[in-house]
Design a protein around this ligand. Structure first.
Ligand SMILES: Cc1cc2nc3c(=O)[nH]c(=O)nc-3n(C[C@H](O)[C@H](O)[C@H](O)COP(=O)(O)OP(=O)(O)OC[C@H]3O[C@@H](n4cnc5c(N)ncnc54)[C@H](O)[C@@H]3O)c2cc1C
Length: 368
């Protein structure tokens, strides 16, 4: 049986070079260079663990910005790992403890030629790619520019972002809050398009939910701490040459608003079908925006499905997953993007698998 491990690691940069350590006191990857870091202790979160590990291992004070989490299998050692990787500023001089025999600062082109421990080479490649595209996440303060309820349990929030803030449509920002003395972050998809100087969220305020109750209390003029952009749920380059089928339920449409409007404005010429599920007519999100988009771009086709419509004659009544067949064109060769609650995504994936749609044509983001 594979054991599960949780580890935290750091990407530390100085003058364009990155800090690597050569491990000497480990059964796995002995003698290999790798990124500094180590295992989480009982009850510790990734962020606290990386600060502690970096102090213990290389004697630096580390101010971590979350980069990404990786889940990886290492069958050769019979373990699976979830690794939280961070980057950020450091303070002090490097001094290694007994776990490593050497440390060094390496240029990205040198790292490219090295064989690193674990999956650290891939992590460095991902980091360098995001850095070159200027889409590395940041922690920044933002001011709420507008906040209002747009239906009985959906709240709209418009907030400032720094002038240089860039993201790829489909990505999210995490909102920080302090709970029991600990910082917690909750992700929300960015509904607006890039380059506007502000961004927008549509948030379902769930009665029992702690994050949504915090979001529910925010008002115009409040300041929040945000982290991002983050996430890999974006329209793939290869999809941009194909017809696209988007399926969402509830606030899952939020990510699609940004993705669909941006790709259409960029000149996407193939067909886009959007199948969106909501509870009733009052909960249909951004209907006007989408209708206007549909008028401007006739290659966009929109179908809303309502589970509990107020109008008894509503056309598509039920759950969105039950209307896939109705709206999916025969011999559809394009890609599928799914966003929203897990139950819907799992059902659609199962239906598509039955139809012989290969996994590489399905991209999804689960909100729960
Ligand atoms: C990448 C990503 C992007 C997200 N973007 C959005 C967004 O744009 N808008 C948004 O409202 N939420 C979004 N979510 C969900 C959000 O992060 C929180 O999970 C949600 O606000 C509930 O948090 P909570 O602490 O209030 O409640 P919790 O105690 O965490 O959850 C309470 C219950 O609500 C369910 N739930 C979680 N999210 C939703 C939802 N959106 N609709 C209905 N039920 C839900 C959970 O499964 C759980 O049963 C996103 C999640 C992810 C992972």
């Amino acid at each position: 049986m594979a054991r599960n491990r949780k580890t935290a690691g750091a990407i530390i940069e100085k003058d364009g070079k990155f800090l690597l350590v050569k491990r000497n006191n480990t059964k796995t990857f002995e003698g290999y260079w790798g990124l500094p870091g180590g295992n989480l202790e009982e009850g510790e979160n990734f962020e606290d663990a990386v600060k502690r590990e970096i102090k213990e291992e290389v004697n630096l004070d580390f101010y971590p910005v979350p980069f990404r989490k990786y889940a990886e299998d290492f069958p050769q050692f019979s373990w699976k790992a979830t690794a939280g990787f961070f980057f950020g500023k450091t303070n002090g001089n490097v001094k290694i403890n007994g776990e490593s025999s050497e440390f060094g600062w390496f240029l990205p082109r040198e790292i490219k030629k090295m064989e690193l421990a674990f999956n650290h080479k891939k992590i460095m490649e991902d980091f360098m790619e995001q850095k070159s595209k200027k889409i590395l996440p940041k922690i920044f303060n933002s001011k709420i520019l507008e906040a209002r309820k747009i239906s009985s349990d959906i709240k709209y929030i418009k907030f400032s972002v720094p002038g240089e803030f860039e993201f790829t449509p489909g990505q999210y920002l995490s909102v920080s809050r302090i709970s029991d003395g600990k910082k917690l972050r909750t992700p929300y998809s960015i509904a607006s398009s890039p380059g506007k100087g502000f961004a927008e969220f549509f948030i379902r305020i769930i009665d029992v939910g702690k994050a949504s109750s915090y979001m529910g209390n925010l008002k115009k003029g409040d300041e929040i701490e945000l982290f991002g952009p983050a996430g890999k749920f974006v329209i793939e380059e290869s999809s941009k040459r194909k017809d696209l089928f988007f399926i969402s339920n509830g606030t899952g449409i939020t990510a699609f608003l940004s993705m669909i409007s941006s790709v259409l404005e960029e000149g996407f010429g193939k067909k886009i079908i959007l199948l969106a599920g909501f509870r009733n007519e009052n909960e249909i999100l951004c209907e006007k925006r989408l209708i206007n988009l549909g008028k401007k771009f006739p290659n966009l086709e929109i179908h809303n499905v309502l589970s509990k419509p107020e109008n008894g004659d509503y056309a598509d009544v039920g759950y969105v997953q039950d209307f896939l067949e109705k709206h999916l064109p025969k011999n559809f060769k394009g890609d599928f993007y799914l966003c929203g609650l897990k139950g819907m995504i799992d059902e659609i994936k199962a239906k598509l698998a039955k139809k012989g749609v290969k996994e590489e044509r399905i991209f999804y983001e689960k909100y729960n």
